[in-house]
Design a binder for this molecule. Sequence first.
Ligand code: GLA
Length: 736
Amino acid sequence: MIHFNSETRAFNLLLDNSYYAFRVDGADRLVHIGWGPLHGAPALISGAVVEREYDVASFEQQLRRDELVAYGDTSYHEVALKVCFNQLPAIMLPSEDAHLPIRDVRLRYTGHEIVTDAQPGLAPAHGLPTLINTPRETLRVFLDDPAQPFRVTLCYRLTPEHDIIERWCELENHGMAAVDIEACAFATVHVPNGVSEMTSVTGTWAREFTLQRERLPHGLRILESRTLQTSHAANPFFFLNRPGQAWEESGTVYFGLLAYSGSWRIAVDHLPTLDVRVHGGYNPADFALRLHPGERHVTPAMVCGVSANGWGGASRRVHAFTRERISPRPPRDSAYRPVLYNSWEATYFDLSVAGQTELARKAASIGVELFCVDDGWFGARRNDFAGLGDWVVSPAVFPDGLGPLISEVKRLGMKFGLWVEPEMVNPDSDLYRAHPDWVLHFPGRPRSEARNQLILDYGRPEVAAYIYEALDKLLSEYAIDFIKWDMNRNATEPGSPAGKGVWRAHVEGVYGLMDRLRQKHPGVDIQSCSGGGGRIDLGILGRTDQVWTSDNTDALDRIRIQEGYSLAYPARCMEAWVTHAHNHQTGRDNALSTRFDVAMRGALGIGASLNQLDAAELAEYASYIAFYKRIRHVIQDGELYRLQRLEEFGASVIEYILPDGSEAVYSVAVRDSMVGLLRPAAQLCGLNPTATYTVIDRSDRELLRATGHELMALGIPGDINQGAGYSRTLHLKQQP
Ligand code: GLA
């Protein structure tokens, strides 16, 4: 509910378990009041109870909590918005021209409206439904500059059941001269003073989502990507709590995520006064946005929320929000993500019709539902030196096109998927030979290659149009159900006719291509991959169905990667493969049970070379896949509890549970253990205390029968003194 008190000019945004309040002050500035969990029944905060000294000393003028902190007025710290006006206000003398541009924007309240179905910038335009599509209330607050014809509209869209507010802003130039935006975050959020412990993730290729928790020093802490994708090194989300006062299921945790896949920045400003404010949006590095007269820019959203149930409560809110409101849910024969087979680690570039057909037959025999051909099927792509950009089936690999293989895959009852990397080109390709100017570059400078490839310039409309034609042709010609959309290098030398605007243009180009393709081919699902987990965020999740979490498929490494991923993103979208016993990335050998137990925590895939497995091993695979199919409705649509995390005990114990508590999946995986140290048993969560549950293993054997209370008090016996590599997955069912 959105409430405005016209006397005190206070706004209250009331969600199911939280509130967010701000007001218009005496100088018409929009000032934050507070944000946090609701204490019992919803109640309003009136502007009258708020007493805050803005300027306590001439050296500290930053205490006013503007809802959007903008450069101008008394702001000189980090800001969300910096604007340059190239024209003097009408009343000024031309002799003041020398002061142009005016680098000062003032935002004064002039009105507001409450609407439904307002959309942030770069919202999906594919037209596919989400699970829940009911309209949501959005508050739009108009802030006008008193001296310049410039308006900023702050938008707040409410999803009360998940305590989530999406925030974004719209910038409008109503004047006769261009306005230059030098910095533009989607939102500023203020958390209560002292909320200065931050959880975020860092990493590299094959080491994504490494959790970091830190006590923020005073000053700026920056999380960012300076590439054209989301990044392996950071991910656009933060959790904030009072130091030492939040844990997995307790304490107040504030969170925010950006729905954007390009060059982004989250700047957490911890002022010496203990104020903490977060600006999240476009990275100001190499940023420019010019608004010509009459132009408007709508930013993507920052998705924010607060949980009174610790980090776990924060994760569950974002997961549910993503499943219900962000992920596309076009009608499909199954409500769940299919079990996938991908031959990349089995064959790499060594593709052939016979080899793929043999793999497909084996995959079908063990229960795989989606067979995906990876890199190497097109142009001159026999290795990673050539062919990218030439999206035509290679007759050297598939003499009769993809048709025969696809028919066989379909005859076997599976869906067919194909790998593409539409933003890239190898210099050794027909596309590059025809259009050497179509890549990002600066004239007179070398074009640095990475993995032997250059980046197509999506700042040129003709490039995205060409790629659309090529992919559309492919999807029209063949019965393709799934594409794995890869992106395998970071950006350097980002020269483009779009200038600095290329950072945004690239993201817009990728989103636009995906949206157009999905609209035209609504039966096709998309996986987002960027050398593993380099493009995972709420923007890409609005147009893709699943993401490749990491190229590192070592089960023990994966426990940690998946745990970090799970802070922000739901299991339903998290692709996780079982690959060879001897892992290709780490050289470590892991038991099949560990590999399956860890991969079954997400959308299960198989990436092992099935030809190297004997009949007994294939039967084991089949038994795990059959088990996964019996429990995936709980994994993919249930709520996650991280019962024990790696950072505590070296083991990860998680539970997925249906919202009504009737079924749960319990999964334990030990990464490190020490002789003589006993972990506590992991107490389950969310069960119905008086109900009786059966605990069932993969072979459908009942291991235990206990009440919800017993399981929540004492856990499931048998796991506490197990060594590294130990794992198991159990299915809990409430008895009628
Ligand atoms: C990237 C992906 C892999 C695979 C290769 C193909 O590294 O992350 O899964 O598709 O490209 O070249």
